[in-house]
Write a protein that binds this ligand. Structure first.
Ligand code: G4P
Length: 552
């Protein structure tokens, strides 16, 4: 190589490294965790409006409606008027790229949400001010806690009567053991909601009631501006200032390291419906959220800035476009730059794959992407090649830590009433498991071949039956089992053998032939733990890497 060639190569490498550094510094991604009805759709829509990704309010719902019309296997969505699928919404905000990893609206599909959280670097916990913490939020919070990601809290519906703000903070601190740091503080609530005080500048952002569905105007005033007296009742302002003082003297101090470690949550008060407090939230989020973070692999932490590309599959979705009966694998880019037509290695099988039609997914729309950076999500056509947790890479072989399976709560035998259609039955069950639509367990007695479906919600079982029939042409029958709790045995079969006989639980095998104990209720579980204090059980399946699951 000549000297000038060598120089231009070096120059190219420097430019591409600096592009990568810039792209990572400009990226943030997050998923919203909330209980149904807290306002996730409304907040998502308002965030997208700020990002210019949609032009009009109502577009997210309209998109949902459209999806209900065009989707075929999701006929069930249409019948029930619910949203089951989830995708990725990317938007630009002041030259920053924000990826919102959307999660299904229905709580029966929280398993899908759990996996999406595995790909997110930040979470937004959305609460209804009147309801405070709700069951679904608590569950999803636990998943964030496992990953130790930063959590931002948005307390919504301040335009309606709600709980005392101090109570809401206390609930988060005591029940979730999560420190809070309000970034702004509300003045009044419901009919008397007057706005928020910015904790850092002490400026007031005034709320003006708008017609339902219309955007409220944001007026910002200094605390000592004479107009404040005319616009806010003295006693409301005094109360808010007293509370702020209390927080300043007795509350936690703002600490960026604690936010990063997921131990302290910045809290924002607002009203997504009237678009109040959404912009300040987005601004503070950009400032405080973490950029795409390094991820754990068998080689240690993988730096997003490393030159070699790597990523992992966190979700598979079949038949997103019913006309093509396709399957899409969602890949989260972890390091390096992804380029269209790139040849990568598939860690599990060792095969080389050319990724020729990578897609960017926006709700139901797709476009072919030319490149993507750490923190981005791309859709890959998946002709049965990918499983959840698969790693793709260039350069030195590596494998990311797998995605855990979370404890199912509903169990049912899945019977095949038609032995002649066993082949299709088997194909359907295996593919739906691979896609992560459902967890499959097996009896320890290998002569009992029927699979046990294990789900988080009843609807998940219905979707499996529905899809087996519509996509694989097989009928099936559910035979519910009366268990509600599943626990994996740390130490595996050996530990279980040493235990001798166990009572009040059923031992089954998971798809990786590991022992799982099923209990009728928590009482039975606690009984076993009392009888065997040496036993260690886990509500989350230990992650597996490099091992093929059992097929039906
Ligand atoms: P979700 O996705 O979390 O399930 O909640 P979604 O956004 O669909 O909101 C649930 C309901 O709460 C909606 O009312 C929505 O308009 C309302 N909402 C959301 N944010 C606010 C807020 O800041 N203030 C008030 N007062 N209401 C809010 P709906 O009557 O169920 O639906 P729609 O008639 O608005 O379509």
């Amino acid at each position: 190589m000549t000297k000038s060639n060598e120089n231009s190569r070096t120059e190219e490498a420097i430019i591409s490294q600096s592009n990568l550094t810039q792209a990572v510094a400009n990226r943030r991604n997050f998923a919203i965790i909330s209980h149904p009805d807290a306002g996730k759709t409304t907040l998502t829509e308002k965030l997208l409006l700020y990002g210019g990704a949609i032009q009009q309010a109502g577009a997210v719902k309209a998109r949902g409606e459209q999806r209900k019309v065009t989707s075929d296997w999701m006929e069930l969505e249409k019948q029930r008027g619910i949203s089951i699928t989830s995708t990725v919404l990317q938007f630009d905000y002041f030259n920053n790229i924000i990826n919102l990893l959307d999660t299904p609206g229905h709580q029966d599909f929280s398993e899908d949400t759990y996996r999406t959280l595995a790909a997110a670097d930040n979470a937004v916990m959305l609460e209804d001010a009147a309801k405070g913490l709700e069951p679904q939020t608590r569950k999803l919070f636990e998943v964030c806690r496992l990953r130790k990601i930063p959590i931002f809290t948005f307390i919504n519906k301040m335009d309606r009567p709600g709980q005392e703000p101090l109570y809401l903070l206390d609930e988060i601190e005591s029940e979730l053991e999560l420190l809070t740091w309000p970034v702004n503080w509300p003045i009044g609530s419901g009919e008397l909601f007057r706005g928020v005080i910015d904790r850092r500048t002490r400026d007031i952002m005034l709320y003006s009631r708008a017609e339902r569905g219309k955007q409220a105007k944001e007026y910002q005033l200094g605390l000592d501006d004479p107009k404040v007296k005319d616009l806010v009742e003295d006693e409301l302002l005094e109360k808010a200032l007293e509370e702020l003082e209390l927080l300043d003297t007795a509350g936690t101090e703002m600490d960026q390291d604690l936010i990063k470690a997921g131990e302290l949550t910045p809290v924002f008060f607002g009203s997504a419906m009237t678009n109040f407090g959404v912009r300040p939230f987005l601004d503070a989020f950009l400032e405080m959220a973490q950029t795409p973070a390094p991820r754990i692999s068998n080689l240690g932490l993988v730096d997003p800035l490393q030159k070699n590309f790597s990523g992992f599959v966190f979700k598979l979705q079949a038949n997103m476009d019913p006309k093509h009966r396709d399957r899409v694998a969602f890949l989260r880019v972890c390091s390096g730059r992804f380029e269209k037509d790139m040849t990568v290695c598939h860690a599990r099988t060792g095969k080389s794959i050319k990724l020729s039609r990578p897609q960017k997914l926006f709700g139901q729309d797709r476009a072919v992407v030319d490149d993507a950076y750490p923190g981005d999500v791309i859709g890959l056509n998946n002709p049965g090649m990918f499983s959840i947790g698969d790693t793709l890479y260039t350069g030195t072989r590596l494998e990311f830590e797998g995605i855990p399976c979370f404890s199912p709560e509903i169990f049912s035998w899945l019977r095949n009433p038609n032995p002649s259609s066993f082949k299709n039955f088997r194909k359907g069950v295996n593919q739906l498991r691979e896609e992560g639509a459902i967890q499959i367990l097996y009896d320890v007695d290998e002569s009992k071949r029927d699979p046990i479906l294990a789900a988080v919600g009843q609807l998940q079982l219905e979707v499996v039956q529905y899809r087996l029939e519509s996509e694989y042409g097989v009928q099936s029958r559910l035979e519910p089992m009366s268990f509600q709790v599943a626990r994996w045995v740390n130490g595996g079969w050996k530990t279980l053998e040493n235990l001798g006989r166990v009572f009040n639980c059923k031992i089954v095998r998971d798809s990786w032939a590991r022992p799982v104990l099923l209990f009728k209720n928590d009482w039975n579980l606690n009984q076993l733990l009392e009888d065997h204090p040496e036993l260690s059980l886990s509500a989350v399946a230990p992650v597996v890497s490099g091992v093929e699951p059992i097929s039906l």
